[in-house]
Design a binder for this molecule. Structure first.
Ligand code: FES
Length: 109
């Protein structure tokens, strides 16, 4: 896969606690950043069904449930649990010296 790199600073690692989520506007795209224990995940904030904001959904383990019609997605790979061919775009993450960066060009769909 020909992925481009455009790493942008998102937040400091300690700004998000385990199980929390936060919407960030990164270069014009709304990205939902989530933390599960020591791992960070970034997905598009737009549900692929009818674009409801996933930030208003509920997170349980690694599954986020859309607030509008209850579609559920795995935050690790973006897969819709009922039909894996449907995905919410995910973004690569890296943490360097306490700062979290998102590869905004590298959305995996
Ligand atoms: S908009 Fe998310 S399930 Fe319908």
């Amino acid at each position: 896969m020909d992925q481009k790199n455009n790493w942008v600073f998102a937040i400091k690692e300690d700004e998000l606690a385990d199980g929390e989520k936060k919407v960030l506007l990164l270069e014009g795209d709304k990205v939902l950043l989530l933390r599960k224990e020591d791992a960070f995940f970034a997905i598009s904030n737009k549900c692929p069904h009818m674009e409801c904001p996933l930030s208003k959904g509920t997170l349980e383990q690694y599954v986020i449930q859309c607030p509008c019609h209850d579609w559920r997605f795995d935050i690790r790979n973006g897969e819709f649990l009922d039909a894996k061919e449907i995905k919410v775009p995910t973004y690569e993450i890296k943490v360097i010296e306490g700062s979290v960066f998102v590869n905004i060009e590298g959305a995996v769909i």
